[in-house]
Design a protein around this ligand. Structure first.
Ligand code: NDP
Length: 256
């Protein structure tokens, strides 16, 4: 039982792994022994993340540039990972953006940008990861949803639609690929202190106070709060867990 959470020998792609929740998850995976591929656009940030992950002792990290909304770029990411690391065991579909406007102010281009970055990306990356995972006998896919996978939010209609879609995509891939020993699960973070939510705090008056009031734990999540669930869903401990959506939210979703 001692290796339930041991990720030595495993290779994990984390999209958006150069900051925020992705970096918190990448830290957990690296500390458990995985070789982490930090996959994002900003290569300065990715290099800094790799330097940080290498200090955690994993099997060495590397950065590969990707635009997750671009089919060819995603294919190159998965190809490059298998060429450089020899395998692909774990895919964390974390990259995401938000455009905070009510539906009547949102352009079609903005709608597409959010849906493609948050939802189509998870389809593209998962589809590209399927062949190498199946060929090696299994794999783990972790999709990042949100409290807005569950609740509506007038200020973020495209984001909410993308995150609701993430949960249904997760269930569909989980049932399609269970016989290939590929487990597909979603994580639904509560309010986590990152660049994304620092922008939200500036844009939405009173957000900080309402998060503190509404979260039973009485605080914002930190990116390291996301590490444990990533290790669980990436390792042997979760081999019979698939199609779930796990809130990591300090109890936020227990409040109606
Ligand atoms: P950040 O803004 O801190 O990080 C977003 C990450 O996504 C960055 O690493 C960014 O890297 C990457 N990214 C964005 N667009 C692309 C793209 N087209 N191609 C590749 N990478 C991209 O946000 P968070 O850490 O807060 O969010 C991470 C995920 O967690 C998102 O899916 C978000 O919706 C979700 N989430 C966050 C919550 C929170 O409270 N923070 C709550 C619930 C869900 P780069 O710019 O270098 O490409």
């Amino acid at each position: 039982m001692h290796d339930l959470f041991d990720l030595r020998g495993r290779v994990a792609i984390v999209t958006g792994g150069n900051g925020g929740i992705g970096l918190g998850m990448a830290r957990g995976l690296a500390a458990a022994g995985a070789r982490v591929v930090v996959a994002a656009r900003n290569q300065d940030k990715s290099r800094a993340a790799v330097a940080e992950l290498e200090k955690l002792g994993g099997a060495g990290a590397l950065a590969l540039a990707v635009d997750v909304a671009d089919e060819a770029s995603v294919a190159a990411l998965v190809r490059g990972t298998v060429e450089r690391c020899g395998r692909l065991d774990v895919l964390v579909n974390n990259a995401g953006i938000n455009i905070r406007k009510p539906a009547h102010e949102l352009s079609l281009a903005e709608w597409h940008q959010v849906l493609e970055t948050n939802l189509t990306s998870a389809f593209l990356c998962s589809r590209a990861a399927y062949a190498p995972m199946k060929a090696q006998g299994g794999g783990k896919i972790v999709n990042i949803g949100s409290m807005l996978s569950i609740f509506g939010a007038g200020f973020a209609p495209a984001y909410g639609a993308s995150k609701g879609g993430i949960v249904q995509l997760t269930r569909s891939l989980a049932s399609a690929w269970a016989r290939d020993n590929i487990q597909v699960n979603a994580v639904l973070p509560g309010w986590i202190d990152t660049e994304l939510t620092q922008t939200a705090r500036r844009q939405i008056p009173g957000l900080n106070e309402s998060v503190l009031r509404r979260t039973p734990a009485g605080r914002w999540g930190e990116i390291d709060d996301m590490a444990g669930v990533a290790v669980f869903l990436a390792g042997r401990a979760s081999d019979f867990v698939t199609g779930t959506a796990i809130p990591v939210d300090g109890g936020y979703s227990t409040q109606g």
